[in-house]
Each structure stands twice: as C-alpha cells, then as structure tokens.
Design a protein around this ligand. Structure first.
Ligand code: DHK
Length: 151
C-alpha cells in the first residue's frame, strides 16, 4: 500500500467525448490525455490519483461519499451537473478535505445558464478557461494542501 496521499479526480457527463466533442470549445485532447497529464503532475507533486468519469449523477454521489476519510483531496469537473445538481453539492459538503472545481472552458463568457455553479458552494477554489492544463494546476494545489496536512 502506498503512503502517498490520494487525490480523487471526478469527471462528469460527456467528458469521455473530449477530443471529439466541440473541439473549438474543449480542445482536441482526449480524456486519456487529461488522465496522462494528471498522472504526470501527481508523480511530480508526490501524490497518487484515482481518476474517474461517469455520466451518472448517482454514481458520482456514491464516489464522493465513499471518499470521506480516504481521499486527501478532490478535483471535480462536474460538467453538465454543475448548474443542476444540489445532490452533488450535498455530497461534496460531506467530504472532509479540500475540493477544487475545474472547467476546461471559460464559463463566465458562455451561456448564462452555465454561470450558476452549485458545486462552487463546496469548493475551496475554482479553475476555468485554462483548457486541460487547469487539471494540472488543481493537482499542484491539492497536493500542496495534502502534503502540508500530512507533515
Ligand atoms: C464541461 C461541460 O460538459 C459543460 O457542461 C460545462 C465544462 C463546461 C468544461 O468546460 O469543462 O458547462
């Protein structure tokens, strides 16, 4: 078993279609590229990652609840659940570590309905509009917080 803290990374609906899906908005990189970026950044930062994607709100809620007391931090791109899911917000409020919300695209200049984020109410930080690099920045910060707490 590894002594390194684990960061849980949750990708919401349709993020499995990155690379194919509206590349003018989300870029040409695939979810596998996002995972590779996260693994490389985590290795540099001295943490492990548990990288997941689901289109199911129930499955995401289950993962978040199960992470309490186990994961040292949580990175979530809630995708289409960002503006709709009070239930995901409630599960995030149960989590006992830092949470960073990541969006690939700049939501502040997209459709009005994308501006509302329930998830932000549980997040310690939010990164949007950095493309997939935002995941790397979020891991750097979550690793910093996790390793400071473990020291
Ligand atoms: C991804 C999605 O799937 C959209 O529903 C969000 C987000 C934006 C992103 O930029 O990563 O509105």
């Amino acid at each position: 078993m590894s002594a390194r803290p684990t960061i849980l990374i949750i990708n919401g609906p349709n993020l499995d279609m990155l690379g194919t899906r509206q590349p003018e908005i989300y870029g040409h990189e695939t979810l596998a590229d996002v995972e590779a970026l996260c693994r490389a950044r985590a290795a540099e930062a001295g943490v492990e990652i548990d990288f997941r994607q689901s289109d199911s709100e129930a499955e995401i809620i289950g993962w978040i609840k199960h992470a309490r007391g186990k994961a040292a931090g949580l990175l979530i791109n809630p995708a289409g659940f960002t503006s709709t899911s009070i239930a995901i917000l409630d599960s995030l409020l149960i989590f006992d570590g830092p949470i960073i919300e990541v969006h690939i695209s700049p939501l502040f200049r997209r459709d009005e309905f994308r501006h509302l984020s329930y998830v932000s109410k549980a997040a310690s930080a939010k990164i949007e509009g950095f493309g997939i690099s935002g995941y790397g920045h979020a891991i750097t910060r979550l690793a910093e917080l996790a390793l400071a707490k473990a020291a």
